[in-house]
Design a protein around this ligand. Sequence first.
Ligand code: DC
Length: 244
Amino acid sequence: MNAIAIDGPAASGKSTVGFLVGQSLGFLYFDTGVMYRAVAWAILDRGINSADSEAVGRVAEELPIGVSAPSDEEPDGRQATILIGELDVTWSIRSPEVDSIVSVVAANSQVRQALTQKQRLIGLEHGSGEAGVVMVGRDIGTVVLPEAPLKVYLEAPLEERARRRFIELSQRGNEANLAKVLEDLRRRDQIDSGRAVAPLRPAHNAHRIQTYGATIQVVVNQILALAEKVLGVGPTSTGNWSLP
Ligand code: DC
């Protein structure tokens, strides 16, 4: 199976690094966090209370989430285009409002059941193909694709992750306050790690990589070296991809 599972806490570098690893190997890159974010965005849009677990669970089961490679007409730095039906929610799912409720949504067992199942199917389909898949999230190595031959767990101190998220939000034009970003991340860490279903933790056989003080390229190269050793694959050209 050509599957690389990358897990770690918020802002540990998973999506930046995972995307580049996917590009380099010509693997499908899939950030599973976008699905939880799409559900969080939809319940805000529909005025559903995030504490109403049954209503939130129903949204996760029914929401038509689409993920595809960005087209040439979308040169705005996106890694993927996220659709709900026909609506492009790529950037709106990254808003501070979504940030503030997404961990609660992701702790809902009905939501996890619905989304994990979809993610696993995507992982199995693409991971068993020639191209392979890089899946990024919190529970890929432990729950979604426990059989992935290469598992990576990225780590960085809370203060460093807050600094990165603050810069990211500011660059996108969101008003951000570093102390608040840090507190939000601390709260999200607690919810993601403390939840009953699929809590954030490294798989017993994951390679733990500290990203603090390392450049993105160094971390990418570390994973590419592991991919060569474990999967026997090396850099190649990339193709276009699309998920229903
Ligand atoms: O990686 P992110 O910040 O985009 O993730 C958004 C939320 O979704 C975060 O609270 C963790 C959760 N998540 C999860 O529980 N399991 C995953 N596989 C991916 C994300």
